[in-house]
Design a protein. Structure first.
Length: 131
């Protein structure tokens, strides 16, 4: 499942989320206190989404396998969020450039359509500029 397709609907209570993420419920509370995970609140109870669980797994990977402390994890997560935002902005700008380019090509084609003359193969026509 790619990051863009992960369900963000708050579904799981803390005990189920902890089991799915393979961590202790207290670990989720610590991550929340540190601002690493922000679960939704439903009737004043924490509810975790699939996206929260994936984020928890990433935090676990960074802390256990890569030995990054929680402050470093927070910086990494913030940088990833900024990169995602910049990537979306870049994609939007690229889409706009393609749209403008296509519009200009259509205008050029329409503008020169009346100026074109069909030639038989092998014909050579020289044009002189008016002075």
């Amino acid at each position: 499942m790619s990051a863009g397709n992960i369900n963000e609907e708050p579904l799981y209570v803390i005990s189920i989320a902890a089991e799915l993420a393979d961590v202790h419920p207290q670990t989720l509370r610590i991550y929340e206190r540190k601002g690493l995970i922000v679960p939704a609140r439903v009737h004043n109870r924490r509810r975790y989404s699939d996206a929260d669980i994936e984020r928890c797994r990433l935090i676990q990977e960074l802390t256990q396998e890569m030995r990054v402390n929680l402050a470093g994890v927070k910086m990494i997560l913030e940088m990833r969020q900024r990169i995602d935002g910049m990537s979306q902005s870049m994609q939007s700008l690229q889409d706009e450039i393609l749209k403008l380019q296509k519009g200009m090509e259509e205008r050029l084609n329409r503008g020169f359509r009346n100026d074109l003359m069909p030639l038989e193969r092998g014909d050579l026509v020289l044009f002189r500029r008016k002075k």
